[in-house]
Ligand binder design. Structure first.
Ligand SMILES: *Cc1c(COP(=O)(O)O)cnc(C)c1O
Length: 461
C-alpha cells in the first residue's frame, strides 16, 4: 500500500484546509506534497510540479535553498525561541538594521510580528494611537481600496475589499471609507470601448487622468481631518485579482495622503522582496510610506515572520515616561523569532551575493512578453502583469467582458488541468496567474508559459 493513500484518508478525517470547500475533496484529493527543490514540488510518486504561485506568494530563491537551510540549522544550535519583551537577540537586531538600510530614509523602526494580517493590524493600531497621542483624536477612520486585501483577521478584513471573503462577518468588521480599485480592465470611468489593461505598467504613459482617484480627493477635502490613514497594496492588488495598476495612480495617491497629513500604509506583504522587479514595489513610484507592512517573502518562504516598519515621527509619539500611558500594547508570541530572523537574514544575503535583483529584468521581460500570446485565446479577456507576476482574466464574452457564472468553476477546471501538466495554477476565481519565484530561470519560464498556454487554450467551459 502506498503510504500517501492512508495519509489522505487521515487528512479527510482530521483536517480542515484554508480557503477550501472541503467537499471538493470527495472527488479530488488535495495534492500530497512530499518534498520540494528549487521551483519544483514533488508528490509521493516523485511527480514534479512547477510551484508557479511560489507556495502562496512567499518563495523567493526556490525551495530547499542551501544558504537559508544552513542559517536556520546554525541558529537552531544557538537559540530557537525567546519572548521579545524585555529580551533581545542578535538575529532580530541584525535583521532590523538590514531592513532599515533597505528602506527609504524616513523608515527607521521595525516592529516584528508573525504573519501578513498582523503586520497590517499593527500598522493601523499604531496609526490610530499615534493620532491620539498627537491630540488629533478625531482621526479615527481609515481609507481602503475596493478589491484590496490585507488579511483575514477582523481589522485587516475590515479594510479588505473582496466581498466574498468578508460577507458573513459584516457584523464584526468596522467601517472604512472605500475608494475605487484602479482596475483598468473594468474601469467604470471609461467612455470608449476597452483598451487592454496596460501591461508593463511602469513605463507606460496613461491615456486617462486617473479619475478613479477623484473620489479620494473629494473625501480628503471633506473628511481629511477624521482620517488616520490610507492602506493599500502598491502596484498590485494581489488577492483582489492580480490587478496590476499604473504607477501614476500610486504617485498621485501618495501626494494626496501627504497633502492631507494622513498616514500612507503600504501593504507589501505580497509585493515586497523583488516580486515586482524592485526590492519594494513603492520604489517604482519614488515615494515613501509612513508604514510598510512585510511578511510572505521576508523569510523567503521558510518560516512565518512579519515586520511593520515605521518612521521616527510615529515612534517618538509613543516614546515617553511609562506613567504617561503611551506604550504600544501589542505583541505576538512569536514576535522576532530567532529561526525566522536567521532565515530572513540569509535571504537578504542571497539578494546581495547572487545579485538577485540585477538578474531579474531579463526574466521579467521573458515572462511579460511571453504573456502576449494569451491575448488570442477565446476566453481571455485581459492579460496583465508586473515583475514576476502575470495574470489572465477569463471571461465568457470578450466583447462585453461578461464573467463566467460561478457554477462553471472555470478556475477550478484550470487548476485540475494544470496539475495534469505538472503546474500548480491556483486561480483566484477566474483569474489565472503566475506568481513566480525569483529564482526561476529563462528555460523554466518558457516551459511554464507553454504549459499554461496549453491548459488555458484547452479550457472548454
Ligand atoms: C497574504 C496577504 C496578507 C495576509 O498575510 P497572512 O500571512 O496570510 O496573514 C496581507 N496583505 C497582503 C497584500 C497579502 O497578500
Amino acid at each position: 500500500m502506498i503510504p500517501e493513500v492512508d495519509l489522505l484518508e487521515l487528512d479527510r478525517r482530521y483536517l480542515w484546509h484554508p480557503y477550501t470547500q472541503m467537499k471538493d475533496f470527495e472527488k479530488d484529493d488535495p495534492l500530497f506534497v512530499d518534498r520540494a527543490d528549487g521551483v519544483f514540488l514533488f508528490d509521493a510518486q516523485g511527480r514534479r510540479y512547477y510551484d508557479t504561485i511560489s507556495s502562496w506568494w512567499c518563495i523567493l530563491h526556490g525551495h530547499n535553498h542551501p544558504g537559508i537551510k544552513a542559517a536556520i540549522r546554525d541558529q537552531l544550535d544557538r537559540l530557537e525561541h525567546v519572548h521579545f519583551a524585555g529580551t533581545t537577540h542578535e538575529g532580530a537586531i541584525r535583521l532590523a538594521e538590514k531592513l532599515v538600510a533597505l528602506t527609504p530614509d524616513g523608515l527607521s523602526k521595525v516592529f516584528y510580528s508573525d504573519n501578513g494580517s498582523t503586520a497590517c493590524e499593527v500598522a493601523i493600531k499604531m496609526s490610530l494611537q499615534y493620532w491620539k497621542h498627537m491630540g488629533e483624536t478625531r482621526r479615527e477612520s481609515f481609507v481602503s481600496l475596493e478589491r484590496g486585501y490585507h488579511g483575514d483577521t477582523i481589522g485587516a478584513m475590515s479594510l479588505g475589499g473582496v466581498p466574498s471573503f468578508k460577507g458573513p462577518f459584516d457584523a464584526l468588521t468596522f467601517d472604512s471609507y472605500r475608494i475605487p480599485s484602479p482596475y483598468c480592465y473594468r474601469c467604470p470611468y471609461e467612455a470608449k470601448p476597452p483598451a487592454k489593461s496596460p501591461n508593463h505598467q511602469i513605463t507606460k504613459s496613461l491615456n486617462c487622468s486617473i479619475e478613479c482617484l477623484d473620489p479620494l480627493e473629494k473625501l480628503l477635502a471633506d473628511k481629511g481631518h477624521e482620517i488616520a490613514g490610507i492602506i493599500l497594496e502598491p502596484l498590485l492588488q494581489a488577492a483582489g485579482g492580480m490587478i496590476a495598476y499604473p504607477v501614476q495612480y500610486l504617485k498621485r495617491l501618495a501626494g494626496l495622503a501627504s497633502h492631507h497629513r494622513i498616514h500612507l500604509i503600504l501593504d507589501e506583504v505580497a509585493t515586497g522582496f523583488g516580486r515586482t522587479g524592485r526590492m519594494f514595489a513603492f520604489e517604482h513610484a519614488g515615494i515613501a510610506p509612513d508604514f510598510l507592512c512585510l511578511s510572505k517573502g521576508l523569510t523567503a518562504g521558510f518560516i512565518p515572520m512579519a515586520a511593520t516598519i515605521t518612521t521616527d515621527d510615529v515612534y517618538h509619539a509613543f516614546y515617553a515616561d511609562y506613567e504617561e500611558g503611551r506604550t504600544f500594547f501589542h505583541g505576538h508570541t512569536f514576535t522576532g523569532n530567532p529561526l525566522a530572523s536567521a532565515a530572513a537574514l540569509a535571504s537578504l544575503e542571497i539578494f546581495e551575493q547572487e545579485k538577485v535583483l540585477d538578474g531579474l529584468q531579463d526574466k521579467i521581460d521573458i515572462l511579460q512578453s511571453g504573456m502576449e500570446r494569451f491575448k488570442e485565446l477565446p476566453w481571455v479577456g485581459d492579460v496583465r502583469g508586473i515583475g514576476m507576476v502575470a495574470a489572465v482574466e477569463l471571461v465568457m464574452d470578450r466583447r462585453t467582458r461578461t464573467p463566467f457564472s460561478s457554477e462553471k468553476r472555470a478556475g477550478w477546471m484550470i487548476y485540475k488541468e494544470g496539475l495534469k501538466k505538472g503546474l500548480i495554477l491556483r486561480p483566484l476565481g477566474d483569474i489565472v496567474y503566475l506568481f513566480l519565484p525569483l529564482s526561476v530561470n529563462a528555460v523554466q519560464i518558457e516551459d511554464i508559459l507553454n504549459l499554461s498556454f496549453d491548459v488555458i487554450s484547452g479550457l472548454n467551459p
